[in-house]
Design a protein around this ligand. Sequence first.
Ligand SMILES: *[C@@H]1O[C@H](CO)[C@@H](O)[C@H](O)[C@H]1NC(C)=O
Ligand SMILES: *[C@@H]1O[C@H](CO)[C@@H](O)[C@H](O)[C@H]1NC(C)=O
Ligand SMILES: *[C@@H]1O[C@H](CO)[C@@H](O)[C@H](O)[C@H]1NC(C)=O
Ligand SMILES: *[C@@H]1O[C@H](CO)[C@@H](O)[C@H](O)[C@H]1NC(C)=O
Ligand SMILES: *[C@@H]1O[C@H](CO)[C@@H](O)[C@H](O)[C@H]1NC(C)=O
Ligand SMILES: *[C@@H]1O[C@H](CO)[C@@H](O)[C@H](O)[C@H]1NC(C)=O
Ligand SMILES: *[C@@H]1O[C@H](CO)[C@@H](O)[C@H](O)[C@H]1NC(C)=O
Ligand SMILES: *[C@@H]1O[C@H](CO)[C@@H](O)[C@H](O)[C@H]1NC(C)=O
Ligand SMILES: *[C@@H]1O[C@H](CO)[C@@H](O)[C@H](O)[C@H]1NC(C)=O
Ligand SMILES: *[C@@H]1O[C@H](CO)[C@@H](O)[C@H](O)[C@H]1NC(C)=O
Length: 626
Amino acid sequence: MKLHSLSAFLFVSAALASYTKNINYRSPSEHHPALGVSIHKVVKRNNPASPWDPSKLNFTHGVASGDPYPDSVILWTRIAPSSDNDKSNATVSGYVPLYNHDTEEYIAVSKAPVCVEYKVSTDKECGDVVDSGTAYTTSDIDYTVKVEAKNLKPFTQYYYQFSVCNSDNKSPLGRTKTTPEADDDVTSVGIAVYSCSNYPFGFFNAYGNPVRKDSVDYVIHLGDYIYEYANGDYGWGQTIGRVPLPDKQIYSLYDYRKRIATYRTDLDLVASHQQFPWIPVWDDHEVADNTYRDGSSELNNTESSFVEDGGVSVDQRKMNAVRAYFEWMPIRQVEMDDNLRIWRSFSIGKLIDLVMLDTRQYDRSITDLYWNTDYVHAISNDAGRSLMGSRQEHWFYNQLTSSQKRGATWRVIGSQIIFSRINESLAYGDDNPFDYDAWDGYESNRNRTLSLLYNNDIQNNIFLAGDSHASWVSDLVWLGEKSYDKETGEGSIGVEFAGSAVTSPCPYGANISLANANNYSTWLQNANDELQWQDLYYRGYYELHFTSEEVTANYFGLPTVVSRNNWEIPLANFTVKSGANKLQRPIAGGVVESGSVKGGKTVQTNLTIDTGNGTWFVSHADLEVL
Ligand SMILES: *[C@@H]1O[C@H](CO)[C@@H](O)[C@H](O)[C@H]1NC(C)=O
Ligand SMILES: *[C@@H]1O[C@H](CO)[C@@H](O)[C@H](O)[C@H]1NC(C)=O
Ligand SMILES: *[C@@H]1O[C@H](CO)[C@@H](O)[C@H](O)[C@H]1NC(C)=O
Ligand SMILES: *[C@@H]1O[C@H](CO)[C@@H](O)[C@H](O)[C@H]1NC(C)=O
Ligand SMILES: *[C@@H]1O[C@H](CO)[C@@H](O)[C@H](O)[C@H]1NC(C)=O
Ligand SMILES: *[C@@H]1O[C@H](CO)[C@@H](O)[C@H](O)[C@H]1NC(C)=O
Ligand SMILES: *[C@@H]1O[C@H](CO)[C@@H](O)[C@H](O)[C@H]1NC(C)=O
Ligand SMILES: *[C@@H]1O[C@H](CO)[C@@H](O)[C@H](O)[C@H]1NC(C)=O
Ligand SMILES: *[C@@H]1O[C@H](CO)[C@@H](O)[C@H](O)[C@H]1NC(C)=O
Ligand SMILES: *[C@@H]1O[C@H](CO)[C@@H](O)[C@H](O)[C@H]1NC(C)=O
């Protein structure tokens, strides 16, 4: 071999290594070239003799980290010649046309790939570097960068930063944290839980408050991280300067990239990603409303609905949405062969096993599409129906069993939708009193889960849910099968904490009054034995704090989301003692700020809110008009 061809060979393999460092080339799957991005083609197309001027590149959307393990964590950034997203639809045929942002034309050959370095350190000054590396990105993956930081120590806080190779162009400094080793005795872990962040409905203040308080270790998002609608169809973005782009219903890869990118301009979302490692899953709106395995609410799989719905099949739309999601979210590619798979689990010391489900996109049987509610109601108790598909269900039950075997104190299940049976005939009428788009539409799947828990005496189960835009706290019970005492909680096998939306509106009326909301909450609480606290009025989030003795859940309500502010109201606090498998009585200590609590009262105290212009004492009524 002649020397010059040897060095060319060395260059190519070094370059290939730096391409493969960027996990996003392998999304959704390296093993299926027809679905992934062919790195060989990218290398061939990119011209190393025409490098980028580092001063023309920007870290356009901050940094993020996620899917923490005891020795590694995923780091994310985007370094691009333009804040706009790449328009070259990565196609399933494997050929990716390239877009030149200056001439707005598709071109065959681009400049060199963008080269970035990253450093992970125990200190803010990045003096004690414990891991570092080089990665490439190109327009093929929207100039996103996703790398796995390795060689880390368990349950340790780290700082990280990206920089353009051979330049002073640096990203913001990120902070992250690994999880404890599975057999570590950790004393306490805090997690903030979110769902339903809709950009045109308000500012994502809920994301920023735990950053400002520095009150948790990790963030869980249960889905509806973005919404697919045109602003005019769902939202009042015009009035608050938050119209999400592109300003239309989204279908193409560019559309999904642009939509996530718009959301990621919210300063509180950026701050949360920068400070906390996230563990997110999607719900329906990351693709489309009420998606299931074979469709969505606007896609009947009839020809006319197909034409009306952008002429994009549900599979094609899902692939676009999923590709953009994996490019932009700081998460691992769970299984390379299974490109729709996001369900995965985390062991957080001896304290917690966290099981994140996909009850929505992966393999869900037909759901409520609004025009078929009677039909879905009629089949809701059909033994063949599943929210997850048999593959995921078996995995889920094995996770629960092996978690009990290994002796983890708490089993935490991240579900998109509400698990408990909730009679909402007040809103839905007597014919179809349940939400058949939640677990209530999939009774056999719920029964299989409950039967596993009860029959194997699997205890300390904490279910989490989003999706509903309201707060619901319930004992976890098998109504109609196991006896249950709503006063003492006897007969329960755990607890469900379902949280309100970051901004999506109240399901009982977008601009509902506090009095009306609390009136409905009282009805709901009375109509459902296991529902111990309910609140409809407040947008917000909750924090879970785990120790080996107990879990506490602190619910926070946001007085207003039509402006950016740090105001929040502690709405209610709950305790679950280890081994009790039910909410501690009296529920929430007998007093909540809003909504309706069993065996207790709602007392609206006047609140001290720092408005930034001096302390301000306000009643809930004052807050309503903000
Ligand atoms: C990069 O960001 C700077 C500062 O925000 C801005 O002035 C500049 O136009 C940006 N450059 C590009 C290529 O987006
Ligand atoms: C990308 O996809 C969108 C929607 O499917 C389409 O309108 C657009 O023309 C496509 N762009 C290219 C370059 O193929
Ligand atoms: C889907 O089918 C139902 C029942 O035929 C119909 O009522 C509904 O309008 C259809 N939706 C679309 C988007 O075609
Ligand atoms: C689920 O359990 C409930 C309560 O025992 C029962 O009424 C229902 O028929 C069961 N459904 C299925 C499909 O097992
Ligand atoms: C509800 O509140 C939003 C935000 O303040 C406002 O833009 C919208 O017009 C209100 N809607 C109604 C029906 O009052
Ligand atoms: C409260 O809700 C009930 C339904 O539970 C309704 O009949 C009543 O009119 C409501 N009261 C007020 C003051 O809105
Ligand atoms: C729902 O609750 C209402 C009020 O308590 C009750 O009248 C109705 O029978 C309940 N529906 C079902 C299916 O339990
Ligand atoms: C809940 O706990 C917080 C402390 O985390 C406290 O400030 C707040 O007053 C409590 N709220 C209620 C309603 O008990
Ligand atoms: C402080 O801010 C609040 C909320 O924006 C406003 O209503 C109030 O008038 C302000 N007070 C002063 C003294 O400026
Ligand atoms: C709460 O504040 C309101 C006005 O903001 C006032 O009318 C009321 O008296 C206060 N209540 C208490 C208990 O201080």
